[in-house]
Design a protein. Structure first.
Ligand SMILES: CCCCCCCCCCCCCCCCCCCCC/C=C/C(=O)SCCNC(=O)CCNC(=O)[C@H](O)C(C)(C)COP(=O)(O)OP(=O)(O)OC[C@H]1O[C@@H](n2cnc3c(N)ncnc32)[C@H](O)[C@@H]1OP(=O)(O)O
Ligand SMILES: Cc1cc2nc3c(=O)[nH]c(=O)nc-3n(C[C@H](O)[C@H](O)[C@H](O)COP(=O)(O)OP(=O)(O)OC[C@H]3O[C@@H](n4cnc5c(N)ncnc54)[C@H](O)[C@@H]3O)c2cc1C
Length: 647
């Protein structure tokens, strides 16, 4: 039977309304219609074709990215998705998503503009934002240096105030202070928000943001004192190599005083440092914003991989043929289901968690405007923790989907190698995932230690208020179906997280130097932070597979016993059987076009084999029957063998 028939048959098995689910996935009917319209618009535009990307060299690839970005911007203007004095419309973000090629525009719109919006004064915003909104200047976010990324307080670039000229002198005092990594910096950006140590009259006031012009707006050459370039090829072939991650050094570059971003703190004409009545952590605000975006994006990347692996698993058959009948679809193997279906569930779970985090972020932003900073620590912990949890799970999930597709998953035409290569740096950028989990752990330990002082835990740590009860808890699950009750799962996750946090806090208290204790117990603290972040996911959606995966934690903390663990596993198997007939329909609900998926294995029509065969012949190696180099390198070998044979 051809693949085409397999998927039609699968779609008929669905036990729910796929069109309704498309709307659930999109968020609303309006969002669905928007995504559907923009994805088709991109798919039908030849400039946005991407099937040729894997074969392009770096220079061609980069030029191709510039072309796409320019064309995308033209469409944004034509479709009026950007106003002269306002940020982009949601359609523009969709357009970027479906074009599916990282570019300098991500950093311009995703970090440069938000940094000015969040850290610039009203005057600074009025001056810079209209230019940035019209893309008359192109900006990037230059924070990381060759020597320091995670340790922001360790940055070395200096911005020294010169009271004689009312300027800052931006300087790179060491090799390790070279800015290193900023996307869009290498070849495109005309401006950057540069993070540097503020020095006034010999005193160091720590890291602050400054708007610095890097290149001439006429001929694009670097301005005097500025050395700038690309840092070189990165992991994967096309993948993130469409981006010009850059290196930048300053040799005493002067900028006017009013180009320091001064919402959080100011430097007066007289060189006086004034700190507003706001937490200094607001300087980190852009990172919080982007971490929230990264969480929202995790479900997109994971769902793409899952869509490919699910459709292909329904098309692929191996073993089990009796009397010349059909072989078994690999999706029917229980091992395939136990690897694939939790990822399918995770993609949905991350979708809902992303929505919840957007709500939390919006709420915090509103409070900040009203000068209420009380929820900032919670927002930092949630964005950092969920960024870490979802990107780790998504990167691992994409790789698992590649394996689920067997050998063909390793072909670029499966779409999975490039998806993995482009996604995996999300575990590092915007905060290394372990470093971020340690931030969550600090927040949790602080919460536990403040319980004795009567401080009531709020937000996602509110469950800690029931600490006594959670420390007494033992699951009362008696049969497999009991694990279907959301409250039963939730309580087990709460008790596990609470016990792991309390154990860490107790062990920490044995150290006379808390910082030394924190370093020594870091691995346990990371585990406790993971348990807490998983609880956040579970409290937004139901997730039994996580319990099974981390059974060791639940049993060792005494929340459940081994028998209850086996019952969870039994229930999980029941759930896999229920998901099985709906699997293809559940991934159809993502409504991805074949252009966006970019995968022969994940084609909507399931017509995998003929298309794989056709695609192989398009490889440049097949342009000639006898390869280049035959005469120089193969023929002499063959002749050599002949001579040996004659001897
Ligand atoms: C071709 C197509 C074209 C289409 C065009 C059309 C239109 C285009 C539209 C495009 C739209 C695109 C949108 C895309 C989105 C963006 C994509 C982004 C891509 C990503 C690129 C990557 C960028 C980067 O990586 S930038 C660099 C990031 N760097 C980091 O993350 C560094 C990590 N380190 C830290 O964050 C900190 O230093 C940290 C957290 C480790 C703390 O270190 P510390 O030294 O211990 O901390 P300290 O400074 O002393 O402070 C401690 C104190 O502060 C609290 N804290 C820390 N961080 C925060 C925070 N962020 N917010 C609030 N509070 C914070 C911490 O809890 C401590 O508190 P206390 O305990 O109370 O003291
Ligand atoms: C593709 C890509 C794009 C990027 N884009 C930008 C950009 O646009 N702008 C920008 O400014 N930056 C950018 N970055 C830089 C990025 O933000 C940093 O690489 C990231 O924050 C990690 O910092 P690091 O490289 O210093 O890692 P390191 O901190 O050196 O990490 C190395 C190892 O040390 C461990 N480690 C570090 N500190 C601790 C600790 N306290 N406790 C335990 N373990 C620790 C980490 O877990 C990791 O295993 C980008 C990076 C990448 C890969």
């Amino acid at each position: 039977m051809e693949g085409v028939d397999h998927l039609a048959f699968e779609r008929n098995k669905a036990q729910f309304d796929v069109d309704e689910m498309k709307i659930v996935w999109a968020g609303s009917r309006e969002d669905f219609e928007l995504s559907d319209r923009i994805s088709r618009l991109v798919a039908s535009d030849p400039v946005f074709r991407k099937d040729d990307r894997a074969a392009l060299g770096r220079k061609e690839l980069f030029k191709n990215t510039l072309r796409k970005a320019a064309h995308a911007w033209k469409r944004v203007i034509e479709l009026r998705l950007s106003g002269e004095f306002s940020a982009l419309e949601p359609e523009a973000y969709k357009l970027r998503a479906f074009v599916d090629q990282p570019a300098f525009t991500d950093l311009h719109w995703g970090m440069f503009v938000p940094a000015i919006q969040g850290q610039g004064t009203d005057e600074q915003q009025q001056k810079w934002l209209p230019l940035a909104y019209r893309m008359q200047i192109i900006g990037c976010y230059a924070q990381t240096e060759l020597g320091h990324g995670s340790n922001v307080q360790g940055l070395e670039t200096t911005a020294t105030f010169d009271p004689k000229t009312d300027e800052f002198v931006i300087h790179s005092p060491t090799l390790t202070s070279s800015k290193w990594w900023p996307g869009g910096l290498g070849k495109v950006s005309t401006h950057a928000v540069v993070y540097a140590r503020l020095i006034i009259d010999g005193q160091d006031y720590g890291v602050h943001g400054f708007i610095v012009q890097l290149r001439s707006l006429d001929d694009h050459l670097p301005l005097p004192g500025i050395t700038i370039g690309d840092i070189g090829m990165k992991f994967g072939n096309a993948a993130y190599n469409t981006m010009d991650n850059g290196v930048l050094t300053f040799d005493h570059v002067r900028i006017p005083r009013n180009q320091m971003l001064m919402r959080v703190s100011q430097v007066t004409r007289e060189g006086k440092y004034v700190h507003s009545n706001v937490p200094r952590q607001l300087v980190y605000g852009t990172m919080v914003y982007v971490r929230q975006k990264i969480v929202a994006d995790a479900s997109v990347a994971l769902s793409r991989a899952v869509c490919i692996a699910t459709r292909y698993s329904a098309v692929r058959r191996q073993f089990g043929s009796h009397n010349g009948g059909l072989e078994t679809q690999v999706i029917d193997y229980k091992t395939q289901q136990s690897r694939l279906f939790p990822l399918l569930a995770s993609a949905y779970a991350f979708r809902f968690v992303g929505e919840w985090l957007l709500w939390l972020y919006t709420d915090v932003t509103e409070r900040l405007k009203a000068k209420d900073f009380s929820t900032l620590p919670e927002a930092h912990a949630c964005t950092a923790g969920l960024k870490s949890l979802t990107t780790t799970a998504t990167a691992d999930g994409i790789e698992e989907c590649r394996k689920l597709c067997g050998g063909h998953g390793y072909l670029c035409s499966s779409g999975l190698p490039e998806l993995f290569a482009v996604y995996v740096p999300a575990c590092t950028y915007e905060g290394d995932n372990i470093v971020l989990l340690l931030q969550v752990a600090r927040h949790l330990v602080k919460t536990v230690s403040q319980l004795s002082t009567g401080n009531k835990p709020v937000g996602t740590t509110a469950y800690m208020a029931r600490l006594e009860q959670l420390l007494q808890y033992h699951s009362d699950v008696k049969k497999a179906e009991d694990w279907l009750k959301p409250n039963v799962v939730l309580e087990a996750f709460e008790a596990r997280a609470a016990r792991m946090c309390v154990a860490c806090a107790q062990n920490l208290s044995k150290f006379s130097n808390p910082e030394e204790g924190f370093q020594e117990l870091a691995a346990d603290l990371v585990e406790a932070a993971v348990a807490h972040c998983q609880l956040i996911v579970v409290s937004n959606v139901y997730a039994l597979s996580l319990l099974h995966k981390h059974l060791g934690d639940f049993i060792s903390t005494g929340c459940i016993d081994p028998k209850q663990g086996s019952l969870a596993n039994e229930q999980l198997r029941n759930l896999y059987s229920q998901v099985r007939p709906n699997a293809v329909a559940l991934v159809d609900a993502y409504n991805y076009t074949d252009h966006y998926l970019g995968s022969i294995l994940g084609r909507y029509d399931g017509n995998v084999y003929p298309k794989l065969y056709e695609e192989a012949w398009k490889d440049p190696l097949n342009d000639s029957i006898v390869p280049d180099g035959f005469k120089e390198y193969i023929q002499p070998l063959l002749k050599q063998q002949l001579r040996n044979a004659r001897l």
